[in-house]
Write a new protein. Structure first.
Length: 317
């Protein structure tokens, strides 16, 4: 075990900020890493922000030096995943290993593929049916193999579609809440009548911090705590009720996405993931709840905080 005490987070987006806040609330020393070295809104008091380009191995190693735990909250542009994501994540694994730190990787659910509506658990077989799902599965399995080989202690935390403060690029992000605040129609992908688990970003951050500070959590996959799944329509009803505006919804199916995707490479990458929104997409988070006693934030509280953040930032369409 390392005697270092610094918890280093690569990435200062919504997940990085939420993880930092959870770690700071536990009293840990937090270092955050991004390319600019500038502290975005939400960085907890006392945290340091370091400039480093994690796509460069030497820079990633230097940024991780002296860490007890490294948290992979980094990402790459969605349309570059197939070429950029694995080298980036490999660098963070090597950075953790070279500094003697443990590694906690923030992950999504793509690796499971289409489960035909069956709830996804940590032991659900990984049968990805998309290019990005295959990539995420390969990365996760390589991380766990590194743990088994003793290269670095690794744990993986998986969450569903995020919502909450600072979450913009999501099914319940900037295409929904600003529209609700302005009394306009929200734009959502796929059907609105299928149950779908959504992960509150602060709960994902709490799960990352919890797993990173529990010896027994390493070598495993964990699902962040989720509330009972609701349909997109039910979630939108709660958001519009919170802002006090009548519900208005516009949906984007495969045809619309295909047309927009001709000119927008990010939208083009969404098409192969439509199965997540056209049938039940349900996460079972009983394992982390049972083992560590963590529960999802009550939905009314999570929706209230989400709307409050967007309103405070003046984010209306």
């Amino acid at each position: 075990m390392t005697t270092n005490t610094v918890h280093t987070i690569f990435g200062t987006g919504p997940l990085g900020i939420s993880t930092a806040q959870a770690l700071a609330a536990q009293g840990h020393s937090v270092r955050m890493v991004n390319r600019s070295g500038r502290a975005p809104e939400g960085v907890p008091a006392g945290a340091t922000v370091l400039a480093a380009d994690a796509t460069q191995l030497d820079a990633a190693r230097a940024a991780a030096a002296g860490s007890a735990v490294v948290y992979n909250c980094a990402n790459a542009p969605y349309n570059t995943w197939l070429t950029a994501l694995k080298p980036l994540f490999d660098n963070l694994l090597e950075a953790a290993a070279s500094s003697g730190a443990s590694l906690v990787m923030g992950d999504n659910l793509y690796a499971y593929g289409d489960t035909n509506g069956a709830p996804m658990r940590e032991d659900t077989p990984e049968r990805p049916n998309s290019r990005k799902g295959k990539l995420r599965s390969e990365i996760a399995q390589a991380m766990l193999a590194a743990h088994r080989a003793g290269r670095a202690r690794v744990a993986i935390v998986r969450g569903s579609d995020y919502f909450g403060p600072r979450v913009l690029e999501s099914q319940l992000g900037e295409r929904v809440v600003p529209a609700a605040l302005a009394g306009k129609a929200a734009l959502v992908t796929g059907r609105t009548d299928m149950p779908h688990s959504s992960t509150y970003i602060l709960d994902m951050g709490r799960a990352m911090a919890l797993v990173g500070t529990r010896e027994s959590a390493y070598g495993q996959i964990w699902h962040a705590p989720n509330n009972a799944p609701l349909t997109a329509g039910q979630m939108l009803e709660r958001i519009y009720a919170e802002v006090g505006k009548p519900l208005k919804v516009q949906t984007a199916g495969k045809l619309m996405l295909s047309m927009v995707g001709l000119f927008n490479p990010v939208v083009r990458e969404v098409i192969e993931m439509l199965y997540q929104f056209d049938r039940p997409f349900i996460v079972d988070s009983a394992k982390i709840e049972r083992e560590f006693g963590i529960r999802a934030t009550a939905l009314p509280e999570a929706v209230r905080a989400t709307v409050a953040w967007y309103r405070a930032k003046g984010r209306q369409t």
